[in-house]
Structures are given as structure tokens and as C-alpha cells.
Design a protein around this ligand. Structure first.
Ligand SMILES: NC(=O)C1=CN([C@@H]2O[C@H](COP(=O)(O)OP(=O)(O)OC[C@H]3O[C@@H](n4cnc5c(N)ncnc54)[C@H](O)[C@@H]3O)[C@@H](O)[C@H]2O)C=CC1
Ligand SMILES: O=C(O)[C@@H](O)C(=O)[C@H](O)[C@@H](O)CO
Length: 283
């Protein structure tokens, strides 16, 4: 039997993603709770607990949004298994697969991914990824809760590293960095191609629809000629590693590919909000 709706939901980890997830769920999930091991600022809308066992008592769904560290996640999951063995656990990890996270055969039936996008209260998409062992009821309960909050849920048919969105982003980022390294265009101009061309068009029609609209006969010729010339190596990861070693982490350190002032995160949030305000509603 699936848990009745509205479920009670506990968000663990109140960082970049956890805060956005609380904002996304508040107003719809009536029993919304939060917990962070550090004394971080509260995110209004969820009842904040200082003790994890209290926070988890009787909860239906736990959204795990702690630091991206496998050992920290597995330590937390092992603890949760001891205190709330019946709760469904949805992890928002960008890296790990559900089959690699679960810490016991029982947990394997109740653990799945619910991969949100930053800012989680603004971007409608959530990729839901069960492991082969995850119970259908657990998956349906999480999807029902997400849809009730207005999320656009894409359920993957099987686990794959990077899921769909990060694989697509990584493929595009690799080619963008290749073009920049070859001096074809600056990072700023490549971003302009995306923000004034491909990005807005993709918000109206995805890549398969764009191909259908353009004509598959034309696309067949474009792909045949271009694909062999596209970047296929690992250089882009090495280049980003070098920036990180130099302390260029992006907005959080004030410099990444470009320099950023202290309002950069807020401006980004408003810009993304504006973009989603104008998007077609197909959730
Ligand atoms: N930052 C992003 O753009 C995205 C991140 N994600 C995923 O979301 C998860 C969280 O990422 P962020 O929010 O960026 O991380 P973050 O570093 O901003 O926040 C993590 C929070 O978890 C807390 N925490 C760490 N260990 C804990 C524990 N054992 N118990 C309770 N709280 C604990 C920390 O105090 C911190 O407040 C990661 O798995 C990441 O891969 C997914 C999509 C996008
Ligand atoms: O772009 C996003 O918000 C997500 O697809 C991610 O998972 C990112 O890779 C994130 O982890 C880093 O910003």
C-alpha cells in the first residue's frame, strides 16, 4: 500500500539544495520537517529539529540532501535504517546511483533518487530514479508528492551515471570548452549562443522536436558531417580541475570563468525565475 497523501516529509541537509527543496514543498506538504547537523540558518516553512531521531519519528518520506560524499551519505542512511526502517528515502544526489547508496536489503526496496535542480523551488524538473529493487509503491508515493507540489517529474526506466540531464549538460559543456580552447569563440559568446538562441528555443521545444521541425533529412546530413569532428576526450575535466586548484570555484569564490560580485547568486536566481515564468507549461 502506498502512503496516504499528504505525506509527512523530512528534508535532511539545509544547504543549497535542501533550502530550495523546503521552499518547493512548503504550502503543499503539511507536515514538513527539516534537519541539518550544522547550526545553519533555518528555512521557514519546515519545522526545524535539532535531533535527527525526533525529526524522523513517524515520517513517510525522507529527502536526503546532505553533502555529496558517499561515506557521509551511507553513514546517515545506516542510522536512518535503525530508527525509521519503514520510511521511503529519496536522495537528491547528482553522482551516486540508488543501488550503490542503500545500506541493507530492506532499504534497497525503499530508496530511490529524486534529483532536483538548483534553485529547487524554481526549476520544475525532478528526475526520479528507482533501483531495480525499489518497490513500485515507494516510487509512486514520491512521484505523487512531487506532482502535488507542481513538479515536472521524469521517471528514468533504469539507473545510469549522470541520469539524463547531467549527461546532456556534460556533453554540451565538453563541446563548449573545446570550442573555447580552440579559440573559436569566447566563453561569453558561447553562453550568448545558448541564452539568446538554443536555450530559449529548447524551452519551447526539446531537441527531438527541433529535429522534426527542421527536417530529419537535413539533420541526417548535419550529424553525418559534424559528429566525427566533435570533442570526445577528457580535457574539459582537466581544465576545470585546474581552475578549482587555482581557487576559481565560480560564484562562491568570486571567480570562475568570469568574475562575480556578491549579488551574482541572487541575480541568477531572478533570471532563472524569469525564464521559468515564461516557459510553456507541460508538467
Ligand atoms: N548544488 C547543486 O547545484 C545540486 C546539488 N545536488 C545534490 O544535492 C546534495 C546537496 O548538495 P548541496 O545542497 O549543493 O550541498 P551543500 O554543501 O550546500 O549542503 C549540504 C548540507 O548538508 C549538511 N550536512 C552534511 N552532512 C550532514 C549529515 N550527516 N546530517 C545532516 N546534515 C548534514 C551540511 O551542514 C550542509 O548544510 C548533494 O548530494 C548534491 O549532489 C543536486 C542537484 C544540484
Ligand atoms: O544543474 C543542476 O542543477 C544539476 O543538474 C546538478 O546536478 C549539477 O551537476 C550540480 O550538482 C552542480 O551545480
Amino acid at each position: 500500500m502506498s502512503a496516504p497523501y499528504p505525506a509527512s516529509v523530512l528534508v535532511i541537509g539545509l544547504g543549497t539544495m535542501g533550502r530550495g527543496i523546503v521552499r518547493a514543498l512548503r504550502g503543499t506538504v503539511t507536515d514538513l520537517r527539516s534537519f541539518d547537523e550544522a547550526p545553519v540558518t533555518d528555512e521557514p516553512g519546515a519545522r526545524r529539529y535539532n535531533d535527527l531521531a525526533d525529526a524522523a519519528r513517524g515520517v513517510d518520506i525522507i529527502i536526503e540532501a546532505i553533502v555529496e560524499d558517499l561515506s557521509a551519505k551511507r553513514t546517515l542512511l545506516r542510522y536512518l535504517e535503525g530508527i525509521v526502517p519503514e520510511a521511503i528515502i529519496a536522495s537528491t544526489t547528482s553522482t551516486f546511483l540508488p543501488s550503490g547508496l542503500a545500506t541493507s536489503p530492506a532499504q534497497r526496496r525503499r530508496l530511490l533518487l529524486a534529483h532536483f535542480f538548483n534553485p529547487a523551488d524554481v526549476v520544475p524538473l525532478v528526475e526520479v530514479v528507482p533501483a531495480e529493487s525499489t518497490d513500485r509503491d515507494a516510487v509512486e508515493t514520491v512521484i505523487r508528492m512531487l506532482r502535488a507540489t507542481g513538479k515536472s517529474v521524469v521517471r528514468l526506466q533504469r539507473e545510469v551515471d549522470g541520469l539524463v540531464a547531467n549527461r546532456l549538460q556534460a556533453a554540451l559543456i565538453r563541446e563548449a570548452m573545446h570550442l573555447r580552447a580552440r579559440g573559436v569563440a569566447s566563453a561569453e559568446d558561447i553562453d550568448r549562443v545558448l541564452t539568446t538562441g538554443l536555450g530559449p528555443r529548447w524551452s519551447a521545444a526539446g531537441c527531438f522536436e527541433v529535429m522534426d521541425q527542421g527536417g530529419l533529412d537535413v539533420w541526417a546530413r548535419v550529424l553525418r558531417r559534424l559528429v566525427p569532428d566533435l570533442a570526445s576526450g577528457h580535457e574539459c575535466a582537466d581544465e576545470v580541475d585546474e581552475l578549482v586548484l587555482r581557487g576559481q570555484l565560480g560564484v562562491k569564490s568570486g571567480r570562475g570563468f568570469a568574475s562575480h560580485d556578491s549579488d551574482a547568486a541572487e541575480r541568477y536566481r531572478h533570471a532563472v525565475e524569469g525564464a521559468f515564468g515564461a516557459r510553456r507549461d507541460d508538467s
